[in-house]
Design a protein around this ligand. Structure first.
Ligand SMILES: Cc1ncc(COP(=O)(O)O)c(C=O)c1O
Length: 424
């Protein structure tokens, strides 16, 4: 039998260190919220392959749709010989996107590619070049996306509000104002891109007030507002798109991860007149919106409707946050619990202080959870946030069992906890 250790040794020889793993657990098979490794050990999955499996591992309906499509055709390239599923999924996303006006959708393959295309569409539409992103945001690993994420051009508008770290809506807006005064004339700005809930940055929901004020800034200066919903979208927060909680209509939305239940697919959905800005041949990709991915995407939407996953996301979020808040009373290392629907996180600090992030404990907790048989992920600009991304299809029994495993891991790494945490 292959072991995790054998595979890990082979992997270190064959694969560059830039691709990291938090656990040396090699997956063999999975079903809904459970996964088995190559040694036959079972895990509960609270990571969902980084928010890709809102409909769970290998959902029977998604599998059947892929299998059915596999019998018919796997690839033509939509630009060469188009097919109905691409059109039907675009129609469905256009109808689901917030706002009343006509929408259009282009399909791509990865999240980063969706972000790159959204920027390109915004630039064609405005005939401007500058792009503004927020510090702490994450938009992907391709070169354009890295520069949005890193500290170089395009322009950075300070941090999104993080109340736990004292960053308010006013701070974020002042930083944007300052950027307009000192660095870039708003008349040169093509787009402002924001995650309605910061994903890799630590699961901070953008306050509705910030999104409304950004909408006004964009309207005043003719700037395209892009909502990056790659991690927060597709039902994760209890709405199809997280920005719906604010009532703000973005111009473009980037979509990926859970859109096709594990088959690589991403999309940009947006106002039709903007989406049409690039001319014929200006958009596309060989594998973009493949027949298998579009078939999976249509099945995912059906599952979401039939199993009422938006409501389920809210239930999961309520369960997780109330149980985590209970743990926060016992464990002083839990600085804050945050949740928007089932996008749930806790922030780990030393001595109960927001300015003392505990990245070491966070790393240890991910490992301890793995030993208990639970897969969780960390995130956060200080690497001190545990995020919970259980499939929205998880049954209650597994949700409770997974939470219990988390509690055991926390007891192992942070001690058994005190009754009431010290003030401050
Ligand atoms: C908000 C956000 N945007 C973009 C990306 C990039 O997506 P991908 O890794 O599919 O390129 C991610 C990935 O985590 C993300 O969370």
């Amino acid at each position: 039998m292959t072991s995790n250790n054998d595979l890990h040794a082979r992997r270190q020889q064959a694969i560059p260190r830039g691709v990291t793993n938090s656990l040396a657990v090699y997956a063999e098979r999975a079903a809904n919220a459970e996964l088995w490794d190559v040694e036959g050990r079972r895990y509960i999955d609270f990571a969902s392959g980084i928010s890709v499996l809102n409909t769970g591992h290998v959902h029977p309906k998604v599998r059947a749709a892929i299998a059915h499509q596999l019998e018919k055709l796997t690839h033509t390239c939509f630009q060469v010989t188009p097919y109905e599923s691409y059109v039907a999924l675009a129609e469905a996303l256009n109808a689901l996107a917030p706002g009343k006006g006509p929408k259009k959708t282009i399909f791509l393959t990865t999240g980063a590619e969706a972000v790159e295309n959204a920027l390109k569409i915004a630039r064609f539409h405005t005939r401007r070049s500058a792009v503004i992103a927020f510090a702490g945001g994450f938009h992907g690993r391709t070169l354009a996306c890295i520069s949005l994420t890193g500290k170089v051009q395009p322009y950075k508008a300070g941090f999104v509000p993080m109340p736990y770290h004292g960053v308010t809506v006013e701070h974020s807006l002042e930083a944007l104002e300052q950027l307009f005064k000192a660095d870039v004339d708003p008349a040169r700005v093509a787009a402002i891109i924001i995650e309605p809930v910061l994903g890799e940055g630590g699961f901070y929901p953008a306050p509705p007030e910030l999104l409304r004020r950004l909408r006004s800034v964009c309207d005043a200066h003719g700037i395209v507002l892009i909502a990056d919903e790659i991690q927060s979208g597709f039902g994760r927060t209890g709405r199809m798109f997280a920005i719906e909680h604010s009532g703000v209509e973005p111009d473009l939305i980037t979509i990926a991860k859970s859109v096709a239940g594990g088959v690589p697919l991403s999309a940009v959905t947006g106002k039709a007149e903007m989406m049409d800005a690039p001319g014929p041949g200006g958009l596309g990709g060989t594998f973009a919106g493949s027949p298998l991915a579009c078939a999976a995407g249509l099945a995912v939407l059906e599952v979401m409707r039939e199993e009422q996953l938006l409501t389920r996301a809210q239930e999961i979020g309520r369960f997780m946050s109330s149980r985590l808040k209970g743990l926060a009373v016992r464990f002083p290392c839990i600085g804050e619990v945050r949740a928007l629907g089932a996008m749930v996180a806790l922030e780990l600090v030393k001595n109960g202080r927001p300015d003392s992030p505990d990245a070491e404990l966070t790393r240890a907790l991910v490992q301890a959870a793995g030993r208990q048989g639970l897969i969780i992920l960390s995130c956060g600009i200080y690497a001190n946030v545990i995020r919970f991304l259980a499939p929205l299809t998880i049954p209650d029994a597994l949700l409770k069992e997974g939470f219990h495993l988390f509690e055991l891991a926390l007891e192992e790494t942070a001690g058994v906890g005190v009754k009431v945490k010290a003030a401050g």
